[in-house]
Design a protein around this ligand. Sequence first.
Ligand code: FES
Ligand SMILES: [Fe+2]
Length: 384
Amino acid sequence: MSPLQHRSSVASSARDGTRLARELRRASYPPPYPDGWYRLLNSAQLRRGQLRYLECLGRALVIWRSEHSDDVFAMEAFCPHLGANLAHGKVRGSRVECPFHAWQLTGDGRVARVPYSDTPPQRSITESFPVEEVHGQILMYHRGGGTPQHAGENVPCPAPRVAEIDDGSFVYRGHNDAGRARVHMIELIENAADPAHFARLHNRMHVPWTRIPIPGVELEHFPRTDFDTDTEPWRLSLPIETMVKIRGRRITASRSRAVVTYTCAGGILNLRITTPGVGVVEIIQTQLPIGPLEQQVDFRWFAEPAIPRIVVWYIVGNWVSQWRNDVRIWQSKVFRDTPTLSRGDGPVMRLRRWYSQFYPESETAPGRDLSHRPGNDVLPTAID
Ligand code: FES
Ligand SMILES: [Fe+2]
């Protein structure tokens, strides 16, 4: 090994842990793909007549948009005939055409046309998925449990929508591809039930979008952990109030309120920040599991039109900076089935019981049976 290779291997071990640490981490977590809505792509990434291949949620998918309408479809990528990758084919009208023998399939997985036969197979149905386009994002509902999904199936919870974006009270102000985070989805959820880390990880104001602290400017948080799941069982909301302190002095006029809302397993997180004298900013943060401990993270934000863009950019950049502090811890920790908790800790186990609804009965969920993690034994490794 050259000195350069050695240095880079030391740097990578420091960041990701040793092979042993990675194996311990993976074995400790619940199954990686809980049920729920996930963002696959931004709408702008899929033009009419375009198709794409995507690996996520333990699946290989082909996603395409109709040539003559905005309809989007997501389906298992491999052709039911002899297995070619449909993403190398073409969109024909609203169907996808295989590159191998030119069979055409509809978005609900049926064979619609075989060029050399008048009687296409009727019984073959390729697995397809419910898809919705919301606020400039293409969302898919993923369900575990082993039985194939179908694009037209009933979904237990609606895709999350923000009424103020729909009615034009909030306008689009930007998005950011935050890349990959080597974490399990549940860490994002448990964040809400763990107020004890706020004073340690989130007590400094940073230069927006960076982890560089601004000297003399601190943040004081007033989190609540009595999360509210009354209205819809699949949604959890948690308010947090924050005040700026400059050189130790509280600036009471700066007290802002953030409400974090998780929908289903946490693939889509809405953060609404209300700042007195400024207005309301809504951030949609999405996590798409690429592998057992690997999320593709994206931020997209909207705001009241009167708020200057630079102020919106600052508010969003501060949130992303604080999130990066969390990620730094999450990327090297294990999941404790039975954590040792102390007075002052939040309702971690109550939150895990809520979260277990997003695992089918066949899977081992946090807060259900914590003794065995069979799902992790058979999944592909994403962090080697
Ligand atoms: S493999 Fe797809 S048409 Fe033959
Ligand atoms: Fe946090």
